[in-house]
Write a protein that binds this ligand. Structure first.
Ligand code: MN
Length: 345
């Protein structure tokens, strides 16, 4: 039995908001990951079963590696058709925000959404959601937004709207956000949810292969190059990988090609903090992963205008790669001091 977690007043506000409208726009964060696209499409399909005119609008181009999730499901990419997407947002009656906690995360779609006067619903598992939503279903303790959509459908009495396609989208979202149930974010109930999803006859080996174990050749080569030539292990405990513009060009980098690269150094014995810096067109993109007590969301918030989860976070740095690396070593010093103090106490 899966425990009910959604606050009953938020749940009834959510159901009322849905019942009152026919046109619904579902949005997720830029550079959608498996959870963002999986949860958004799953909820969209559920709402369509409820005879709603629902559509997913993602801020920017979906990574090639995730297009398998969208097979047979229509959605709109804002950056590819701003006029049409803008019109849909202007004409919708309800906007849902999935897998992000503030409108800064939707890129150029932000102003469109902010200008809209229709009710806004948040369904998310990131800490500290902005206080701008009419309905806030925020559960940082839940593994993924996809799991939250499953629970929401269950608690709203919409279980009959879940079919194999919906279950597959949710399954992919949970799988990608929990490292296939390996991370600390997968507590016992996630397994219950996964087993329920399997009852819909999903093709688990296929979804695993596509979501967790398929990369384009250039991505494999870029990541191999990064590990071989651009990774530094600091004090046997921390790892830093940097890729600058010329590295990315050499390997014909496309969005998604460095997916999960930041996790790889953690497989080295004793390494419990991994940082990856990538020179994007307008900033240095910073990703961090950790194990144990080190909270990288705090580091990303404090130093890199970012955030995320305790063990998986990201941010941005405005300056040169060298300046970002210099800042990294200052943070290392500070983390070292904190580790030292902890050991003394
Ligand atoms: Mn997520």
């Amino acid at each position: 039995m899966i425990k009910r977690i959604i606050d009953s007043s938020e749940l009834s506000k959510f159901k009322n908001a849905v019942e009152r409208v026919s046109r619904i726009v579902i949005t997720c964060h830029k550079k959608a990951d498996g959870d963002a696209i999986g949860s958004s499409l799953a909820l969209c399909l559920i709402l369509r079963k409820l005879s709603k005119n629902a559509i997913v609008i993602i801020p920017d181009q979906l990574a090639d590696s995730l297009t398998f999730v969208t097979k047979g499901i229509d959605y709109v990419t804002f950056s590819r058709n701003e006029v049409m997407a803008g019109n849909i947002i202007r004409n919708t009656q309800l906007i849902m925000s999935l897998d992000y906690n503030c409108f800064d995360r939707v890129d150029r779609m932000k102003s469109c959404i902010e200008q809209s006067r229709v009710p806004k619903v948040l369904i998310d598992h990131h800490l500290n959601p902005d206080n701008v939503f009419d309905v806030t279903i925020s559960h940082p303790e839940i593994s993924s937004t996809s799991e939250l959509v499953y629970r929401l459908a269950t608690e709203a009495g919409w279980l009959n709207c879940i079919d194999k396609q919906v279950a597959s989208c949710i399954f992919v979202g949970i799988m990608t956000d929990t490292g296939n149930l390996a991370f600390s974010s997968s507590y016992p109930e996630v397994y219950h949810v996964m087993s329920k999803l399997m009852e819909y006859g999903i093709d688990k080996p296929y979804l695993y292969k596509m979501a967790m174990d398929t990369v384009p050749l250039n991505s494999l080569l870029l990541q191999s190059y990064a590990l071989l030539n651009k990774m530094k292990i600091v004090d046997d405990k921390y790892a830093l990988i940097t890729l600058d513009k010329s590295d990315l060009e050499k390997y014909d980098y496309k969005t998604g090609d460095t997916e999960r690269l930041v996790n790889k150094p953690l497989s080295v014995k004793n390494v419990f903090w991994s940082t990856f810096m990538r020179e994007d067109p307008n900033c240095i993109k910073v990703s961090m992963r950790s194990e144990g007590t080190l909270a990288v969301d705090k580091l990303c918030a404090r130093y890199f205008n970012g955030g995320g989860h305790k063990h998986a976070a990201a941010g941005e740095f405005y300056g040169t790669m060298q300046e970002a690396v210099d800042l990294y070593y200052k943070i290392v010093e500070q983390v070292n001091n904190e580790e030292h103090n902890k050991n003394e106490n």
